[in-house]
Design a protein around this ligand. Sequence first.
Ligand SMILES: NC(=O)c1ccc[n+]([C@@H]2O[C@H](COP(=O)([O-])OP(=O)(O)OC[C@H]3O[C@@H](n4cnc5c(N)ncnc54)[C@H](O)[C@@H]3O)[C@@H](O)[C@H]2O)c1
Length: 317
Amino acid sequence: MARSLVTGGQGFIGGHLCLALLERGDDVVVLDLPGASGRALTLHGIAGEVEPVEGDVADRGAVDRAVKGADSVFHLAARTLVGPAAEDPAGTFRSNVEGTWTVLEACRDNGAGRVVIASSDKAYGPSDSLPYREADELRPAAPYEGSKAAADVIARSYCDSWGLPVAVTRLANVYGGGDLNFSRLIPELVTAYLADREPRIRSDGSPLRDFLHVRDAVGAYLAIESVLPAHGGEAFNAGTGEPRTVAEVIASVKAATGSHRDPDFLCDRNPDGEIDSQYVDATKLGEASGWCPNMAFADGIAEAVNWYRVFAGSDPD
Ligand SMILES: NC(=O)c1ccc[n+]([C@@H]2O[C@H](COP(=O)([O-])OP(=O)(O)OC[C@H]3O[C@@H](n4cnc5c(N)ncnc54)[C@H](O)[C@@H]3O)[C@@H](O)[C@H]2O)c1
């Protein structure tokens, strides 16, 4: 039986990835912070089915315990919010950059077979040339972007230098049920409308983003794993290629919840340090693996609304 490690498995995408790995029959190990226990894995009802390792990804001892014997390593653990990252850049770099090289060192020493490292479309930074393509220069501006770009470059160097079969994911904005990061756009919108309050929107509604459903994101992780080691040292975008403005997303969620409330726009532009427009070209991953997104946005939003309704303990109808 294959053994897979998911760092950050108590998080939003990691929890869904653990579910998919268990479904395909893997033994699954999760490394996450002690305080994170009981979150995503409990939500998915799989807390008892994975082997937990509690610790920090920058702690080599904890990472070694988690990596030992793993055929595949999916490294998702990171501080993931743009605003808090700007408030604590050192802590963010420690988790996101030192954490990544610690995982890579452990993978190198333990001979991990396939290593998939979470970068992000944010690693590209602000650009007038969209969609982002993998060959584009990484030009991060804000600390979170810089941390993902650094992790991205470091990860690929482990393939070039030591032949470690590692590839990186550059995913668009991921959404869906199970995201407990309530400051993110879609969780805030859905929970606000379900609670019959005005959503607080950090921009003026103009930023443009590509929204990828979380099961399509998990599919991208597994597709990238499947093209290793042939595509070692490479980065892969994953997104829908159909960007939407924040205002369009607001309208979709408003319609899906049946709300009549208008949001409270907290800013008359995009907040400082956040990219105005971004979306990716995912042709490369499609050609390498056959991956393509399956979830239509309206269906994904309807499903997410239902998930948060149940989560909040409301009547699903
Ligand atoms: N959600 C998105 O839209 C998106 C888009 C592109 C890339 N990503 C990347 O995907 C990965 C997963 O994102 P997510 O949305 O699931 O985030 P999340 O915040 O829900 O989950 C991150 C997990 O990492 C854990 N973690 C944080 N610091 C840690 C540390 N020092 N040691 C051990 N565990 C630690 C957290 O406890 C949490 O369980 C991240 O690397 C993120 O940068 C996310």
